[in-house]
Ligand binder design. Structure first.
Ligand code: AMP
Length: 234
């Protein structure tokens, strides 16, 4: 199954992608995580990405597209993937189609996480992350057991540089300008499913699970319809 998760920053794509990845046994490919990993390891890619991320801007298409192309060619993507945070521009979506075409496959679904900007501001301002294991918390909605400390590995929590208010405003601006047009793009192709991501995490997970079950069923039916009868079978 090949799924993309669309939505503004802070709508919960990462949380749901991780959940779905476990549930469906598919790799989660998050371009934001790839950039942050490179940043942490001070690679040339990380240094380049930092300049854009800190300003709330998108990393240039040619850089991002190459990374995703390489990642999708890996063996673990053979039976599908969950793309979290890619595509974010029309040009990225075109290049994704191209790669999938070359692989002889196609997208099954684009899940759009719908949340108002003021809710996003609130979520991102209170988000805290563990710099060691990557677990995320929210000071109000999902607080750690001990204030400011990761439940999983006891490391002091930090705020992502790009979760500061002035950067969030810029990220939202980039989202509306460059990414939002993808909603209509996938709607026209009959691939879009909207999810009310302002609901609690569990309710969103349940809704996504239902969407995935429906796709599975429809893929199975398509397979049965296209499979010729085996007249030699006893
Ligand atoms: P995220 O964690 O998905 O919100 O991504 C954090 C930052 O990484 C974004 O604000 C962008 O600067 C960069 N980034 C992530 N994914 C993309 C993408 N598909 N295209 C361009 N930049 C991206």
């Amino acid at each position: 199954m090949r799924i993309i998760l669309l939505g503004a920053p802070g709508v919960g794509k990462g949380t749901q992608a991780a959940f779905l990845s476990k549930k469906a046994g598919l790799p989660q490919i998050s371009t934001g995580d790839i950039f942050r990993h490179n940043l942490k390891n001070e690679t040339p890619l990380g240094k380049l990405a930092k300049g854009y991320m800190d300003k709330g801007l998108l990393v240039p298409d040619e850089v991002t597209i190459n990374i995703v192309q390489d990642r999708l060619m890996r063996e673990d993507c053979k039976y599908g993937f969950i793309l979290d945070g890619f595509p974010r521009t029309l040009s990225q979506s075109e290049s994704l189609d191209k790669v999938l075409n070359e692989m002889g496959s196609a997208l099954d679904c684009a899940i759009n996480f719908d949340v108002a900007d003021r809710v996003i501001m609130n979520r991102l301002a209170g988000r805290r992350v563990c710099p060691n294991c990557g677990k995320t918390f929210h000071i109000v909605y999902e607080p750690p057991r001990e204030q400011g400390v990761c439940d999983a590995c006891r490391t002091p929590l930090t705020q992502r540089e790009d979760d500061r208010e002035e950067t969030v405003i810029k990220r939202l601006h980039s989202y509306h300008e460059q990414t939002e047009p993808l909603i209509e793009h996938y709607q026209r192709r009959n691939l879009l499913v909207n999810v009310d991501a302002a609901k609690p995490i569990d309710a969103v997970s349940a809704e996504i699970e239902m969407i995935i079950d429906k796709i599975r069923l429809s893929n199975k039916e398509k397979h049965l319809i296209h499979k010729p009868f085996d007249l030699t079978a006893g």
